[in-house]
Ligand binder design. Sequence first.
Ligand code: FES
Length: 112
Amino acid sequence: MPYVTFLPMEQTVEVEEGTTLLEAAHLYDIPLEGACEGSLACATCHVIVAAEWFDKLGEMTEEEEDLLDMAFGLTATSRLGCQIVMTDALDGLRVTVPEYSVNMKVDKKDKK
Ligand code: FES
């Protein structure tokens, strides 16, 4: 099974092939929000892919590109975590959860 490392927490997790990064994050309690649960209706699953991995991911759909335009802190290697599906070819992938995403999740927990 492939591994993916989430930064800045440096948490490396093993996931089944076919798992999205959003699902992987939620499985391991990594603070990536994903408000629309992967239905391409938000940009809260924004991750920044390590440059060396970016070209190994599939092409973005137009829908993903449009949503990413709304993401705060957009970078040249930004993607939506719910659209990245793990495969063995992505074993070792490294992505950063933008700081604002972490804060959003923490804020939510504080309200409970
Ligand atoms: S979780 Fe909403 S677009 Fe990814």
